[in-house]
Design a protein around this ligand. Structure first.
Ligand SMILES: Cc1cc2nc3c(=O)[nH]c(=O)nc-3n(C[C@H](O)[C@H](O)[C@H](O)COP(=O)(O)OP(=O)(O)OC[C@H]3O[C@@H](n4cnc5c(N)ncnc54)[C@H](O)[C@@H]3O)c2cc1C
Length: 308
């Protein structure tokens, strides 16, 4: 596997054809959404879901607000996807500000609604609460703990978070990797990465994970840049923003059309490099907008399933 990846990467150093021309469409996709706060946002979310659904994603996931603030909305969104579409929804669930009994009850409600996939996270408290995670006295202490708790009750399909550029609270890159291994050993089936803009960082991380005996998929999280200021805010200490990216987006704040085209080109280039490096699973942070994800999937050779 490593040799093959390295051979493909070496061959990929010089692009053979313009961007993605002639890709066979051999990639699997998944899309992340967030629960809407208003009717208008709800309409936007459904528009995105309906646009992306024909691409046949492996699953679509719905985030859980900091501090459990979207408990109802996440549940309602996930349940509606399960009820009204043929998509396989995955519900994000965190350990923040809730006892084990409360979290177990939420998980049980998902199971009863036919939801079989949980993205199990520790979560972060809302910034207003100081930003430092302190486990609930009767709660799960970490994502690994949550995975074990979920698995003990139901045979959920479980995804967990991975950090190619290291989680900011980790003592070291090695201890963060050990933590990922703990989550997988507790029963998680795959990892989804924090978004990144350095393919080198992602590939180095894959190599280290493989050397640590991690063989499950680690889906790259792809974040198309809709607003550079927002990306900078979301990156925090977890994702490095390369200088070239800042240069690329400087001067486009008041040019939404041009910015969207540049964002598409940047994300397409990232995915092209990942594809050439052997990646075949892509997870898109859609921010409830379909255009960028749809365009990149199209360039990766993905077509609506009805058309074939
Ligand atoms: C794909 C993805 C989706 C996300 N979705 C959401 C969401 O919906 N809602 C939300 O609030 N947040 C979400 N987050 C953010 C996430 O909650 C935060 O990054 C949080 O700070 C860490 O969560 P975790 O599950 O990675 O925690 P953990 O895996 O528990 O790790 C947290 C930190 O503790 C360290 N650690 C854990 N256990 C040990 C141990 N035994 N010894 C030493 N160190 C340890 C880890 O190395 C790491 O630094 C998401 C992140 C990703 C990548």
């Amino acid at each position: 596997m490593t040799d093959l990846l390295e051979a493909v990467r070496a061959q990929a150093a010089v692009p053979q054809s313009p961007l993605f021309a002639s890709l066979p469409g051999d990639v699997a996709t998944s899309f992340e959404f967030f629960p809407p706060k208003s009717e208008k946002m709800e309409a936007q979310l459904w528009d995105a879901v309906q646009t992306l659904a024909p691409l046949g994603p492996e699953f679509v996931s719905v985030t859980y607000g900091a501090g459990g603030s979207t408990r109802e909305r996440t549940h309602n969104t996930v349940a509606r996807i399960a009820r009204e579409t043929a998509l396989k929804p995955a519900a994000h669930l965190t350990c923040v500000a809730a006892s084990k009994a409360e979290i177990d009850e939420i998980a049980e409600q998902y199971w009863e609604a036919g939801v079989r996939h949980i993205v199990a996270l520790r979560g972060d408290p809302p910034p207003a609460d100081g930003g430092t995670f302190v486990p609930h006295p009767e709660g799960y202490a970490s994502a690994a703990d949550l995975v074990a708790g979920l698995k003990a009750r139901r045979d959920f399909d479980i995804s967990v978070a991975a950090y190619p550029e290291v989680h900011p609270e980790a003592a070291s890159a090695q201890s963060d990797l050990d933590n990922l291994k703990r989550k997988l050993d507790a029963g998680a089936n795959r990892a989804i990465s924090q978004f990144f803009f350095s393919t080198d960082a992602y590939f180095r991380f894959l190599d280290k994970a493989l050397a640590a005996g991690i063989t499950v998929p680690i889906l790259p999280g792809i974040m198309p840049v809709t607003s550079f200021a927002a990306i900078r805010r979301m990156s925090g200490d977890t994702t490095e923003i390369p200088a070239w990216m800042e240069a690329m987006f400087t001067g486009l704040d008041d040019q939404p059309g041009a910015r969207a085209l540049v964002a598409g080109a940047v994300a397409a280039d990232l995915c092209c490099r990942l594809y050439q490096g052997g990646v075949r699973n892509f997870h898109f942070y859609t921010l409830n907008r379909a255009e960028q994800a749809y365009a990149i999937c199209h360039m990766l050779g993905v077509r609506p399933k009805e058309i074939g």
